[in-house]
Design a protein around this ligand. Structure first.
Ligand code: NAD
Length: 357
């Protein structure tokens, strides 16, 4: 195994690891540990080349710092990526990755991500203890989706309050793109409070799961979801769906959903604002999952009560962001970054002061 440090400005540590025995070629980026050890998922992807993998790990690690700062998880931001070997994923590959993670001595803690399942994480766990998001049976916090959904539901309520002065979803119409794991719990919560729900999916099975439980939910084809006359448009499928073509079609007053990286480009936040649509920054409203995972690292191990109490503060973070946006005349996306940067700067100056005394 060869581990090389790569100096990257603005990052505490970036390493490249290669192991000819298992075919491992991986990067780990520790972006910032001011607030605690860095946590971020382990992505396995068919990257075009080394540079594409490095670019991705840097971008994602930085995003985790911001997400954890606003969500007050007590963690920093990091990420790991493995370039998919030609022979595909193997248990040996994940065990080798565990050894690389272990070499960082706990400054990076890994978790599930695109390309890595819970079963894969169990392999990583064999060679390092710095793994989160394992099943409840293995002492982990289990499936994060219901917690992400709860945070999105509360975030929708905070956004309704900001726009209409009332946070109830009763009688409000929510159009949801995607009927996956997060969306289905979100629909349960919305229907229970009396909201009207329209949903779409590219697959039939998740829609059947929704309509068999909630026959009152309306299903539309995926191409029609952007045109639904509703109060809230909730992206809960893939990212990069808010762009030049879709934003002009939206008939909602609020965009608030679980998907990561919803804006195709940063300027699309300006486009939403210009149309008078309130955008709940994705990494703030979808933080329920990372909050739940972070509650594994507290004293005494995982606590659901601590997780739910922290998730209940997502509305406060969004309300603060909406206030910053109004005060500074910036988009809510910029305001979220400003809040994260202020939290980090405050923690850093606190650390510097306590080190000096
Ligand atoms: P999932 O895979 O269970 O569900 C996604 C659903 O979207 C699937 O049913 C899929 O068929 C559907 N879909 C894909 N392309 C579509 C399209 N073009 N139009 C309509 N539907 C489409 O995923 P999930 O766990 O529910 O996560 C949903 C989103 O939230 C993802 O972007 C994920 O990255 C993000 N997210 C999830 C969590 C979590 O805890 N699961 C946490 C943070 C963010």
């Amino acid at each position: 195994m060869k581990i090389t440090d790569l100096p990257v400005e603005g990052y505490e540590r970036v390493i490249e690891a290669s192991d000819p025995v298992t075919g491992l070629h991986a990067f780990i980026a520790v972006h910032n540990t001011t607030l605690g050890p860095s946590l971020g998922g382990l992505r396995v992807w068919k990257y075009a080349d080394r540079e594409a993998a490095l670019w991705d790990v840097l971008r994602l690690a930085r995003g985790m710092t911001y997400k954890s700062a606003v969500a007050a998880t007590g963690l920093g931001g990091g990420k790991a990526v493995i370039i998919m070997p030609p022979h595909g994923k193997t248990p040996e590959l994940y065990r080798a990755m565990g050894r690389v993670i272990d070499a960082l001595g706990g400054t990076y803690i890994t978790a599930e991500d695109v390309g890595t399942s819970i079963a894969d994480l169990e392999e990583v766990r064999k060679t390092t203890k710095h793994v989160t998001g394992l099943s409840r049976e293995s002492g982990g916090s289990g499936n994060p989706s219901p917690y992400t959904a709860r945070g999105v539901f509360l975030g929708i309520k905070a956004s309704l309050k900001a726009v209409y002065g009332n946070d109830s979803t009763a009688g409000r119409h929510v159009a949801i793109k995607g009927a996956g794991a997060v969306a289905r719990t979100l629909i349960d919560l919305l229907v229970a409070e009396g909201a009207r729900v329209t949903v779409c999916d590219v697959a039939e099975a998740p829609l059947v799961m929704v309509t068999s439980k909630h026959p009152e939910v309306t299903v539309v084809p995926p191409a029609a979801i952007f045109d639904v006359d509703c109060d809230v448009f909730s992206p809960c499928a893939l990212g990069a769906i808010l762009d030049d073509a879709t934003i002009p079609r939206l008939r909602a007053k609020i965009v608030a959903g679980a998907a990561n990286n919803q804006l195709k480009e940063p300027r699309h936040a300006d486009m939403l604002a210009a149309r008078g649509i309130l955008y709940a920054p994705d990494y703030v409203i979808n933080a329920g999952g990372i909050i739940n995972i972070s509650c594994e690292t507290g004293p005494g191990g995982y606590s659901e009560a601590r997780s739910l109490a922290k998730i209940a503060r997502i509305p406060e973070a969004l309300t603060e962001i909406y206030a910053i946006a109004a005060r500074d005349g910036v988009t809510t996306a910029v305001a979220a970054d400003r809040l994260a940067e202020a939290i980090l700067a405050k923690a850093k100056s606190g650390k510097t002061m306590s080190a000096a005394t």
